[in-house]
Design a protein around this ligand. Structure first.
Ligand SMILES: [Mn+2]
Length: 317
C-alpha cells in the first residue's frame, strides 16, 4: 500500500465521509477540514461527521461541511483521521466507517491498531495535520491558503504551540511556508492556543485550587466531576489544557487530570522528561503519545485515582 493507492481510491470515489476522534481537538478538526477542502477541490461529495465542535475554532473555513448525521449510509470512501483505533470515533459514527466500501486512516499515535484497508501511520509526526502536509505535497494536491490555515491549526495545537518535544523541522518549515503564503499565524495561534471561554477559565481555577502533589512533587494530580462541569458551565472538549497546569510546575514529572464522563472517568496524563505515559495508559486500555496520553477508567473515583497514581509511581526514577 502506498499513498498513490490512496489517491487512486480518492479518484474512484464519489462520496467521501471524514471522521476523527470524539471530543475533537485542534488536530482532529484542522485535519478533517483540510482533508474535506482538498477533496471538495477535487469535486467530491464530502461530509465530515463530528460533534462537540469547540467554538474557539470557528475561525476555520469549511465548517459548513460538518454534520452530525448523514442520509448517505454507504459511502464510497471513509477517511478516519487522528485515531489510533476505531473505538475513539464517536460510537454513532462507527457504522458509516464499517459500511464504507473503502476505508483509509491517517494517524500519528503510538500503538495504532491498523484498523483500515489503507493505514498511513507515522508516530514521529507531531500531528496528523503534518502527515497531511507531506501527503498532499507528495500527491500534488494543492495546499490552498484555506487548507493551510486548517493544517497549521492542527500542528500548532498538537505541539502545544511549537513547545512540545514532538515538534519537528518540518513543522517549522510548514509554519514558515504559511507565513510566506500570507496566512495569519498570530491569529491562528491566538484563537487556537490563547483564547479560553469563561467557563474554561473557571474550570482551570477550580482544578488549580484542588491540585495535589505526590511522590515528593513528582506527580501533580487534579480532577473534575460532572457536578463541577455543570457548576462552571463547561462543555464537552473543554477539559483540554487542564492537565498542562500540573505539567508546568517545577519538579513535576507527571501531571494527571481525571474527569468524570457519562460513564466512568477519563484520565489525561502528561510527562516532562522520561516517563512514557502512553505505556501507563495502555495498562488501562488507553494510549497516546510518549509524553501525552489518556485512558478511560470505568471504576469509582477513589479507585481510579489510586490505580493511576500507583501505575505512574512504577515508572518514576
Ligand atoms: Mn493529533
Amino acid at each position: 500500500m502506498t499513498l498513490d493507492d490512496i489517491l487512486v481510491e480518492i479518484k474512484n470515489a464519489e462520496t467521501v465521509v471524514i471522521m476523527a476522534h470524539e471530543a475533537p481537538d485542534g488536530d482532529a478538526i484542522g485535519s478533517s477540514l483540510a482533508m474535506c477542502l482538498a477533496l471538495k477541490n477535487m469535486e467530491k461529495n464530502v461530509t465530515i461527521l463530528m460533534k462537540d465542535f469547540p467554538e474557539n475554532f470557528s475561525y476555520l473555513p469549511g465548517r459548513e461541511f460538518i454534520k452530525e448525521e448523514s442520509e448517505i449510509t454507504s459511502y464510497d470512501l471513509a477517511i478516519v483521521l487522528d485515531c489510533p483505533n476505531i473505538k475513539r470515533v464517536k460510537e454513532e459514527f462507527i457504522p458509516y466507517f464499517e459500511n464504507a466500501k473503502v476505508k483509509v486512516q491517517i494517524d500519528h499515535h503510538n500503538k495504532n491498531d491498523m484498523f483500515a484497508d489503507f493505514n498511513v501511520v507515522n508516530h514521529v509526526a507531531p500531528a496528523t495535520a503534518q502527515i497531511l502536509v507531506s501527503s498532499f505535497e507528495y500527491l500534488g494536491i494543492e495546499i490552498t491558503k484555506e487548507i493551510g490555515e486548517c493544517l497549521l491549526t492542527g500542528i500548532i495545537t498538537d505541539t502545544n504551540g511549537f513547545r512540545n518535544s514532538n515538534v519537528t523541522v518540518e513543522a517549522f518549515d510548514f509554519a514558515s511556508w504559511c507565513l510566506e503564503k500570507g496566512i495569519d499565524l498570530p491569529k491562528i495561534y491566538k484563537f487556537s492556543m490563547m483564547t479560553m471561554t469563561k467557563s474554561k477559565f473557571e474550570a482551570q481555577k477550580l482544578a488549580m485550587n484542588r491540585l495535589e502533589f505526590f511522590e515528593n512533587g513528582k506527580i501533580a494530580f487534579t480532577y473534575m466531576t460532572k457536578e463541577d462541569d455543570n457548576a462552571v458551565g463547561l462543555k464537552a472538549g473543554e477539559h483540554d489544557g487542564i492537565v498542562e497546569i500540573g505539567k508546568a510546575i517545577e519538579g513535576v514529572e507527571v501531571s494527571i487530570f481525571i474527569y468524570e464522563k457519562e460513564i466512568g472517568y477519563k484520565a489525561s496524563l502528561r510527562s516532562n522528561e522520561y516517563v512514557n505515559v502512553s505505556e501507563v495508559c495502555l495498562t488501562f486500555g488507553g494510549g497516546g503519545h510518549i509524553k501525552a496520553a489518556g485512558t478511560n477508567m470505568n471504576m469509582p473515583f477513589e479507585e481510579a485515582k489510586k490505580a493511576i497514581i500507583a501505575e505512574v509511581v512504577k515508572h518514576l526514577k
